[in-house]
Design a protein around this ligand. Structure first.
Ligand SMILES: Nc1ncnc2c1ncn2[C@@H]1O[C@H](COP(=O)(O)OS(=O)(=O)O)[C@@H](OP(=O)(O)O)[C@H]1O
Ligand SMILES: [Mg+2]
Length: 353
């Protein structure tokens, strides 16, 4: 219990960082950048990481941070670095009291690089550790589709707070399921959704804004009478989860509805609000270790919305082992009442039993 300050700071930090990523996303969408230019995602990633770590370091100076990015590339590339600095120094929430909570402007480009490198914690079983993915769903971002800004607080190995900004998801939690849930949901004015959860206190969503926090609504997973009525949410990239195995699991469960495909932790968010029911991430490569920043916030959000999240063996995701989920393989997230049946089907399809 508690963690209200952590939730508020995390929500505001993610909201502010999302503004930066949206600026770059829309420059790209309007064709102002070369089509094969990889720099938009790089700019968004580094800029958002700097802004979020600044807010954490200002409010919780003793906490550690596991961030996806580190600054060595920027220390080599002065042109890219100054483009990112131009973005970072100008981003403010349109509400001075909220902005002040996140700390004053960073003093210099050098300070920005140092802040980015505070994301170098090795993680582990003890203490307060934030897991940060400044742009999750890189491929979705580049494609003009779904991406997410994700931040989770892990305390002694347990996720206590999870916050996810999804600038391209529809604001209304009741929006019906749609296979076409790409970047066409986005606009520059400030649509999109901010999701959050605190352990033991449920999950909420609120519209993303460019100022202070908007009013929130509780969210929960859809009641699904039996597995055949469920809808899958799954990734877009065939290299990240095994779509053939997913289809075989769906068949075993009697599911006929087409899967909703979207990038990033927007999948966890969608099932947590009832826009889809089951998220499967079945391994493609045996040796791939999932990263904690790709799952910490989404894991808590779904569990607080009435779901269960495990790996393909039915084991809870273990965030106490460092920067990766070394003790887990794949992800299976479903309404709590269906989880055992889904795991059973996964294990049959993967020949685990
Ligand atoms: N081989 C493999 N297997 C599983 N996961 C991998 C793999 N390679 C990369 N990644 C990580 O996938 C993150 C993006 O996941 P998504 O869910 O958006 O992917 S997708 O929707 O399935 O395309 C992506 O996060 P971002 O880099 O932040 O986009 C990677 O951390
Ligand atoms: Mg990621």
């Amino acid at each position: 219990m508690g963690y209200e300050k952590e939730r508020r700071i995390a929500e505001l930090a993610v909201q502010r960082a999302t503004l930066l990523t949206k600026k770059v996303f829309h420059e790209k969408a309007k064709g102002e950048l070369a089509k094969d230019d990889k720099s938009p995602v790089t700019k968004g990633d580094f800029g958002a990481q700097a802004l979020i770590i600044q807010a954490i370091a200002h409010n919780f100076p003793n906490d550690e941070i596991v961030g996806e990015e580190e600054s060595s590339e920027l220390r080599q590339d002065t042109a890219l670095r100054s483009e990112i600095w131009d973005l970072v120094k100008d981003i403010k929430l349109n509400d001075s009291a909220s902005d002040a909570l996140l700390g004053g402007p960073l003093p210099s480009e050098e300070a920005m690089l140092d802040i980015i490198d505070k994301g170098n914690s090795p993680g582990g079983p003890k203490g307060r550790i934030w897991a940060l993915d400044p742009i999750d769903g890189t491929k979705g971002f580049l494609r003009g589709g779904q991406y997410a800004v994700c931040l989770g607080l892990i305390v002694d190995g347990d996720v206590k707070v999870g916050v996810i900004g999804c600038p391209n998801l529809p604001v209304d939690d009741a929006t019906s399921l749609s296979a076409d849930i790409g970047g066409n949901q986005s606009d520059e004015e400030g649509k999109g959704v901010l999701f959050s959860a605190v352990q033991g206190e449920g999950a909420i969503s609120r519209p993303l804004t460019s100022g202070g926090l908007a009013p929130s609504n509780p969210i929960s997973m859809r009641p699904v009478p039996d597995t055949s009525k469920a809808v899958f949410c799954e990734g877009v990239e065939a290299g990240h989860s095994n779509q053939g195995d997913n289809a075989a699991v769906a068949k075993r469960l009697g599911i006929t509805a087409p899967s909703v495909r979207l990038d990033s932790q927007a999948k966890y968010c969608s099932i947590a609000r009832g826009a889809g029911d089951i998220y499967l991430r079945l391994p493609v490569r045996k040796d791939y270790q999932e990263k904690i920043w790709d799952h910490a916030a989404g894991d808590l959000l779904v569990r607080e919305a009435g779901g269960q999240v495990t790996d393909i063996y039915g084991k809870r995701l273990d965030f106490s082992k460092g920067r990766t989920l070394i003790e887990n393989k794949g992800v299976v997230a479903a309404p709590a009442a269906l989880q055992d049946q889904v795991i059973e089907a996964v294990q049959v399809v993967l020949n685990l039993k």
